[in-house]
Design a protein around this ligand. Structure first.
Ligand code: GDP
Ligand code: IMO
Ligand code: MG
Length: 425
């Protein structure tokens, strides 16, 4: 039995897509378990660059079974556009399955997301406006519409009618927005339903059977630990559970079926959207990292906020996710800096704290405590761990020590061949 979870250990965009694509070559199944098309996973294969939002990064390997689990929220329009993009580029999508329990995103979810953000004014969360939060709200309120409903014309027509009446009333009364035509939405979604039908399956069975048959299964997280609804910087979080705890409920397997958990960790820290960020660099060093690392959002194009590596965060992620190893990415981006820093703890009200606080007011008051390290030159062509400069190795070893977890993979560039594997899957 062999299964591995790939989670973001920071605020997302750590390089989960690249690591998933790399490990997919050694696996049989790749499944997404949460989030939706708020995710943006960039995978580089030779000169080709693929931006995946909903579809697992394993799709670039034709022989791998790819699964969109029940814990995902799926926007049919975005899904079909992504399928078309892949097919136009010669990538087969015939090995893709969607859970019949997956919840569906509707235009009213996106509109409510957009208008709620506007209403929050300067207290906005900075969401991707993809309707993710409102779709998960319907799921927990027990009014959501699932793929299995969409597959049954009469059931769907009835559920949409009830939902749309209440959503239109809400949109009109709270935001003064006119709402959507039932007939138009019904026809549009019935058309989507037929295009989606070939992909629909009871995916929990597929994952279970694969694990039982000793196949290798990867679970690809979206977002990151600090965007987790429970353990992130609430309320500046997403509405799902990106951590390893989300896998069980997000694909329908038990915890005893998970062997390893790899946290993808960027060699520095970035964040998109609002919320406190103790090691943020609001100076030219932050600008340098942003430009050198192309730190601009895949989904919204927003510049990512950049800061030094924060060991408090990654130690926290190690505990919350039960990490068995980390994949440390983008060490090459920090090349050519005279010195680099690691935040080892926070100072709050004159005291040093080492655990990540629950209260964002406390987090906003935290001052980072730093250790400084000697920098390194170009490492983007290094293919063996012991050929890395000693200054990089010192940096990696200090991260391992501070976070209580060993590096399993070192990534020195976006391509597959820029990956150093220490612990094989
Ligand atoms: P994800 O959301 O976690 O999959 O990460 P993103 O794809 O949003 O952002 C990571 C970006 O860094 C992508 O453009 C990757 O191609 C790129 N990338 C991944 N690993 C490395 C690395 O080790 N070095 C460099 N320079 N780029 C990397
Ligand atoms: P990947 O998978 C980085 C952020 C948004 C916002 C917050 C809530 O590429 O790492 P949402 O639209 O989810 O309600 O927005 O979460 N966010 C991400 N930040 N990477 C992501 O995904 C993200 N997905 C959502 O910027 O702050
Ligand atoms: Mg991303």
């Amino acid at each position: 039995m062999s299964s591995l979870v790939i989670v973001g250990a920071q605020w997302g965009d750590e390089g989960k897509g690249k690591i998933t694509d790399y490990l997919a070559s050694r696996s049989d199944v790749v499944a997404r378990y949460q989030g939706g098309n708020n995710a943006g996973h960039t995978v580089e294969v030779g000169k080709e660059k693929y931006k995946l939002n909903l579809i697992p990064s394993g799709i670039l390997h034709a022989d791998k079974l790819c699964i969109i689990g029940n814990g995902v929220v799926l926007d049919p329009e975005a899904f079909l556009n992504e399928i078309k993009m892949l097919q136009d580029r010669g990538v087969s999508t015939s090995n893709l399955k969607i859970s019949d329990r997956t919840h569906v995103i509707f235009p009213y979810h996106k509109k409510i997301d957009e208008l709620s953000e506007l209403q929050r004014g300067s207290n906005d969360i900075g969401t991707t406006k993809k309707g993710i939060g409102p779709a998960y709200m319907d799921k927990t309120e027990r009014t959501g519409i699932r793929i299995c409903d969409l597959m049954k014309k009469d059931v769907f027509a009835q559920k949409l009618k009830v939902n749309l009446e209440s959503k239109n009333r809400y949109l009109k009364e709270i935001f003064g927005f006119e709402g959507y035509s039932y007939q138009e939405l019904l026809e549009k979604y019935l058309d989507y339903a037929e295009q989606i039908r070939p992909y629909v399956a009871d995916t929990s069975v597929l994952v279970y059977d694969a694990i039982k048959a000793n196949k290798k299964v990867l679970f690809e997280g979206a977002q990151g630990t600090l965007l987790d609804l429970d353990f992130g910087t609430y309320p500046y979080v997403t509405s799902s559970h990106p951590g390893s705890g989300g896998v069980g409920t997000g694909v329908g397997i038990g915890p005893s079926m998970i062997n390893k958990v790899i946290g993808v960790v960027k060699a520095y820290t970035t964040r998109v959207g609002k919320g406190p960020f103790p090691s943020e660099l609001l100076d030219e060093t932050g600008d340098y990292i942003r430009e050198k690392g192309f730190e601009f959002g895949t989904v919204t194009g927003r510049p990512r906020r950049c800061g030094w590596f924060d060991a408090v965060i990654v130690r926290y992620a190690t505990r919350i996710n039960g990490l068995t190893g980390i994949a440390l990415t983008k060490l090459d981006t920090l090349a050519d800096m005279k010195t680099v820093k690691i935040c080892t703890g926070y100072k709050l009200n004159g005291e040093i704290i080492r655990e990540f606080p629950a209260s964002i007011e406390d987090l906003a008051g935290c001052e980072p405590v730093y250790e400084e390290f000697e920098g390194w030159g170009d490492i983007s062509g290094v293919t063996e761990y012991n050929k890395l400069p000693t200054s990089v190795i010192r940096y990696i070893e200090r991260i391992e020590e501070l976070c209580g977890v060993k590096a399993a993979i070192i990534s020195v560039g976006p391509r597959r061949d820029q990956t150093i594997v220490i612990d094989e899957f």
